[in-house]
Design a protein around this ligand. Structure first.
Ligand code: UD1
Ligand code: CA
Length: 459
């Protein structure tokens, strides 16, 4: 598809009552403006121009990688926002889609349909319209006696009769780029808001004799603009339903889809099961037959097949096939559970590998550590990896058995097949197959406790 797009993202979004510009706010972990830019990419749009303005330093990094950035110095209206793209698109001819950076639910399908409809009719513009029970605030589509689109009138400029129209402008269009930039020169700010309205371009094109068409939206939710926190929550609800429905259809089980939040980039294989209060965000992927939840939050985490992830928080972690974690595990960046490995209850793991079949079942902190295969780490064992300034590594060889309550003071290496006695503080390397223990010897005084009790009774 040979098309370009302009994404309007210069507005402040006053009604959000926020320090952040509106389009930076997130729906399911992805900024509003990214939803729009990504939909344009998926639709096959070749070239995207982002119009930034208010707090541009916060918006720019989100779109700098894959769009051309143009600044609108002053917010003088939607026509002005498009006009500032003139130079960036000087060499472009053809279908030019205009998208609002604050409407995250627009689909690539609809963008494609706008372009196709414009091309088929060689129209000057196709506007996406929506039928609203409560049209207040939107621009209204005014049609002539033959039902053709004549112009768009904004709420604040509408007569009573016009205000009673329920067909509204969604703010999404596909223009013939040449016709658009020609018409923009004729748009003035002679209206109730003193703004340059992009919507005026429709009447100008019609007067020039070019077809001006409307495409009714198949799903009004697609056009939902986010202007307030209320609408941000609404958009999140719609996005959650749309994403969850697609996964359910594709063979994922959810006990209660309303209690599962899945980001748009997440990949789930067949027969994954998601229990309530589960959040899968970012680039998280989950393999076949894995069970996640309840109460789990996975961000940018890769889970293999047949894993169990119970009440776990994981960020940038990797679980190979058959690994298990939780309840109440915390896997931090760089945590890697190899095949069949286990991170159990109240276990925190950071930047460490737990080898194939190895277990860290209870109450442990493992950081900057490489654990070999079939190792058992006893309850309450901790790698002391930090001296207040630097981090140090711990290496534990295959088949080692670490007794409960062991402190491993890094840098330290514990040999394969060795055993560390419970309660030891290991500060020196342990040779393979050795027994290491740092416990003081146990003393025992026969009858002492009974004698004490007898004395207390006599008092
Ligand atoms: C606009 C339409 C209206 C439509 C509605 C749909 C006009 C004149 N009106 O109204 O017909 O029903 O969208 O939601 O276009 N922006 C800029 N620079 C500006 C002004 C706006 O970048 O100078 C951006 C905003 O940040 C926003 C988008 O353009 O993303 C739409 O602007 P907004 O002021 O929200 O338009 P509406 O009044 O909602
Ligand atoms: Ca406005």
């Amino acid at each position: 598809m040979k098309a370009a797009a302009i994404v309007l993202a210069a507005g402040a979004g006053t009604r959000m009552k926020s320090k952040k510009p509106k389009v930076v706010h997130e729906v399911l972990g992805k900024p509003l403006v990214r939803w729009v830019v990504d939909a344009a990419h998926v639709a096959g749009v070749e070239r995207i121009v982002s119009v930034v303005g208010h707090e541009r330093a916060q918006v720019e990094p989100l779109v700098a990688g894959d769009t051309t950035i143009v600044e609108q110095p002053e917010r003088r209206g939607t026509a002005d926002a498009v006009a500032v793209c003139r130079d960036a698109l000087a060499d472009f001819d053809g279908s030019l889609v205009v998208l609002s950076g604050d409407c995250p639910l627009i689909t690539s399908d609809t963008i494609r349909r706008l372009v196709e409809m414009r091309e088929q009719a060689d129209a000057a513009v196709v506007v996406l319209t929506m039928e609203m029970d409560d049209p207040f605030g939107y621009g209204r589509i005014v049609r002539d006696d033959e039902g053709q689109v004549e112009r768009i009138v904004e709420q604040k400029d509408a007569t009573q009769a016009e205000a009673s129209l329920t067909e509204c402008n969604s703010g999404f269009y596909c223009f013939d780029a040449r016709a658009l930039f020609d018409a923009l020169g004729q748009v003035d700010d002679n209206n109730a808001q003193g703004e340059f309205y992009l919507t005026d371009v429709l009447a100008i094109c019609r007067a020039a004799g070019r077809p001006v068409l409307a495409l009714p939206a198949s799903d009004v939710a697609e056009c939902l603009g986010v202007n307030s926190r209320l609408q941000l929550a609404e958009a999140t609800k719609f996005a959650q339903r749309r994403i969850n429905r697609a996964h359910l259809v594709a063979g994922v089980t959810m006990t209660d889809p309303d209690q599962v939040w899945i980001g748009p980039e997440v990949v789930l294989e067949q027969d994954v099961e998601l229990l309530p209060q589960t959040f899968l965000m970012g680039t998280t992927r989950v393999g076949e037959d894995s069970l996640i939840g309840p109460n789990s939050r996975l961000t940018d985490t890769v889970v293999g097949r047949g894993c169990t992830v119970d009440e776990t928080v994981a960020v940038e972690a990797v679980l190979d096939d058959g690994a298990t974690c939780g309840p109440r595990a915390y896997l931090r960046p760089g945590a890697h559970l190899c095949e069949g490995a286990k991170a159990g209850t109240h276990v925190e793991i950071k930047k460490s590998t737990v080898g194939k079949g190895s277990k860290v079942p209870h109450l442990s902190y493992i950081g900057d550590t490489t654990i070999g295969e079939d190792v058992n780490i006893g309850a309450g064992s901790i790698t002391c990896n930090y001296d207040g300034k630097h981090k140090f590594a711990t290496v534990i060889g295959d088949g080692a058995f670490i007794g409960s309550d062991t402190m491993m003071v890094a840098p330290v290496s514990i040999g394969a097949g060795s055993i560390v006695g419970a309660g030891s503080t290991i500060t020196k390397d342990v040779a393979p197959d050795a027994l290491a223990l740092t416990r003081s010897e146990q003393r025992e005084i026969a009858g002492w406790a009974a004698a004490k009790r007898a004395k207390q009774t006599a008092e």
